[in-house]
Design a protein around this ligand. Sequence first.
Ligand code: DSN
Length: 421
Amino acid sequence: MSAETFYGPDFNLLSQQDPDIAAVLLSELKRQQTNLQLIASENFTSRAVLATLGSTLSNKYAEGYPGKRYYGGCEEVDKAEIIAIDRAKDLFGAEHANVQPHSGASANIAVYLAFTKPGDTVLAMSLPHGGHLTHGSKVNFSGKWFNVESYGVRQDNELIDYDELRDTAIRTKPKMICSGATAYPSLVDFEKIRAICDEVGAIMWVDAAHFIGLVAGKAIPSPVPYADVVSFTTHKVLRGPRGGMILAKAEHAAAIDKAVFPGIQGGPVMSAVAGKAVALAECATPAYQKYAKDVIINAKALAAALESEGMRAVSGGTQTHLALMDIRSTGVTGKVADERCGQAGIVMNKNSIPYDPEKPGITSGIRVGTPATTTQGMGVAEMQTIASFIARAIKTDDEKTLAGIKSEVHALTARFPIYTA
Ligand code: DSN
């Protein structure tokens, strides 16, 4: 199928009206079709989700909540939001769902607003050990407006140091404890964190953005029974539209809804809300459950294959969708590896490893994830091929060699085409 056919008849209108932007749509589609997408937080959403995003729901202002809007004419979009809420509650067994956050960062800001006041103490995973900007980075609102204490991973096994977490919680008495990370390949022990929260009287907040899709597919344990509040994005393993969502215990429902609107947002993006509903229905299928398990099988295979190429998997491997590789043995930094792989058509990111001697802009590691390649239908054999591409690309700065690997990447992705029907 040609790229023009992919976008449908409206693309001809766009091409005539705005050839510059039409060209970007075509070239981005081609980039996604031909390169290897190993960014752990990216995926290929379905055509059905894309259809909602390009729909007239985008035109509608709907400040408020279903049945309690500040604008008329919301009777149709109300239906979409109610469907999305009901599906989220069913899929995750949650008492309350708010489907309006524009993004994961927006969802997190709403969590702070619901449970804390500026100056309060919050305990979260440190960014260099895998946390997120909104978990208290000094350059983020969270680090500027809150007293954020942090915990990390142990140096010997690179797993969360629950003793340090508990000690810090007892010492600093946080209002809220956040678990969840962007570059942590292992599972979080939610039962342990619940016990610590109960001991110090803290709200248990889980930022599940990275792994919620694996929870949806019943491939890993859920934080929902334990946490007061769970925030996440809908576009990672979950494979929905770009956006955010919050699940909460019923007792926190009013605080969460008030925090999202009118606390931090105006009108929700109703096309995205509808897209979230479509994705949640897709996640409830046996096919998606198989997908979620395959994502982990592939991540384990990719980590093992990269280890056999001489790199080291942080935390001793992975139990999720991503692997964090210490690549110091290759003699190149994460930054250089990222650049060379990019030239070879392999898209992933440099990443700090715990206790990294390099600066965050350089790093000693790379982060690779399998949500997108698994959606394409790739399996363990392809993960081994990809590991060999990465190992070869990292070791050379010869442009001809990198271009040669790129041709092999294109041959591989051509066997697993996306958006063909
Ligand atoms: N930027 C996302 C990631 O790649 O992990 C987190 O927000």
